[in-house]
Design a protein around this ligand. Structure first.
Ligand SMILES: [Zn+2]
Ligand SMILES: [Zn+2]
Length: 434
């Protein structure tokens, strides 16, 4: 009996030693992987900074990213990376790897905003009234950096990476048009990142599940009968009808929406009349709708029309509502749970566990959601906050500036997300094939 117990103890000891050995080897491999990738990315820093500054100096608005597109193509050609274009007018899809499954996609947006840059620095926007105030110049540069790194390391790719440089994230639903033009190909998962002024450089922030809102805009016109203010009974007052309609709209979010499913309905402008003593014939107003679920937005859109028309009718007015279908409503960004695990693992490996933080949901729109309607996707935040270089302003501020130290970090992170995804998923494809 004692001999058997000793034997079991000895076997257990050997197993434990073996496991400890394996974990040490693993740890060493992880450390080597991280060191190699980050040092290659750091060696590219000067190049990355110069590319980002070129894009920053020449901002282009949605669907007009012709020079940015040319710059990316020229760089890809220089590295001998194959690509196709145009997708969605100015978009590019580069492809690296074996050309076989699994296929994973990385996405960057390229468009700037109609904002006058107020940051005084050497590489300020050269185009009056246009500025890269949302960091898309950095997103593009980090993806180009990943293209270079992936291409240098392509022998180790266990599948294919598609790199999507897309136009028109800011209101143009560029992602929708990229998909329509076939940009996703056989991709089975997609990753995207956005700069975040609230998280320090060197960190990332993740949110599993719903991240940002489904959004749309609207404009309404309520028509009555104008007339002199002293004889209101001979008019049909659209100002009163519009006032009731705008107040009634507030009940939709406070009474009809599940309090645990965030929604926003904001009327942001109202126009009507110009005189002190004349009731105008019509009033126009409009604004934005947001919901953390795509279905919630759909309901909100429907009820908005019913409430405005109903309130107009009560006040003997007519109403017409323009849902601005030219600007496609954006679905909600909902991050995939298993990709969340992947990003968390890769982030911890590359940046250290302390630099992978929990992110915050926001009621902003992001057209990355269109990709997630087709395949699982994950959108993460990459920190740029650094007081020393003035990287403290939120996106869309004329004072917005990024900490350029994130460029190699983002390039390495994009690279690792794709490389390690393919490594983890090569076997699932083998099982499917045989
Ligand atoms: Zn933006
Ligand atoms: Zn943006």
């Amino acid at each position: 009996m004692a001999a058997t117990t000793t034997l079991i103890a000895q076997v257990l000891l050997v197993v434990l030693f073996f496991l400890a050995y394996l974990s040490a080897v693993h740890g060493r491999l992880d450390q080597d992987y991280k060191d190699q990738l980050l040092s290659s990315a750091q060696q590219d820093k000067d190049w990355l900074v110069s590319v980002r500054r070129q894009i920053h100096e020449n901002p282009e608005l949605r669907f007009q990213e012709h020079d940015t597109c040319a710059l990316i193509r020229q760089q890809l050609e220089q590295f001998g990376i194959p690509y196709s274009y145009p997708f969605a007018k100015t978009g590019i899809v580069a492809q690296i790897g074996s050309g076989t499954k699994p296929v994973v996609a990385l996405r960057a947006d390229m468009d700037a905003l109609p904002i006058q840059e107020l940051v005084e620095w050497e590489h300020k926007s050269k185009i009056d009234g246009k500025m890269h105030a949302c960091g898309h110049d950095a997103h593009t540069t980090m993806l180009l950096g990943a293209a270079k790194l992936l291409n240098e390391r392509k022998d180790r790719l266990k599948g294919t990476v598609r790199l999507l440089f897309q136009p028109a994230e800011e209101g143009g639903a560029g992602a929708f048009h990229m998909i329509k033009d076939g940009a996703l190909g056989d991709a089975e998962a997609i990753f995207g990142m956005h700069v975040d002024d609230e998280k320090p450089t060197g960190s990332i922030a993740l949110v599993p599940g719903p991240l940002s809102a489904a959004t749309c805009i609207f404009e309404a016109k309520i028509e009555g009968v104008g007339g002199h203010a002293t004889v209101p009974h001979s008019t049909v007052d659209p100002i009163l009808a519009a006032s009731f309609a705008i107040l009634a709209l507030q009940q939709l979010t406070s009474r009809e929406a599940d309090p645990l499913h965030s929604q926003v309905l904001s009327v942001t402008f109202i126009r009507g009349g110009s005189a002190f003593n004349v009731i105008p014939p019509y009033v126009e107003f409009g604004g934005t709708l947001r919901s953390l679920t795509t279905e919630g937005l759909h309901n909100l859109r429907q009820r908005l029309k019913e409430v405005i028309k109903g309130q107009a009718a009560v006040h003997k007015c007519d109403a017409s509502i323009d849902m601005k279908e030219d600007y496609l409503p954006y679905p909600a960004v909902v991050n995939d749970d298993s990709l969340h695990q992947h990003v968390q693992k890769v982030g911890r490996l590359l940046l250290g566990p302390e630099n992978v933080k929990r992110g915050n949901k926001a009621m902003v729109g992001e057209d990355f959601a269109f990709y997630q309607e087709i395949i699982p996707g994950f959108m993460l935040s990459i920190g740029i906050r650094n007081e020393e270089v003035g990287s403290i302003h939120p996106p869309h501020s004329p004072y917005f500036r990024i900490d350029e130290d994130i460029l190699p970090i983002g390039a390495a992170l994009n690279t690792a997300l794709a490389e390690l995804y393919l490594k983890e998923h090569e076997h699932s494809i083998l099982h499917q094939t045989f």
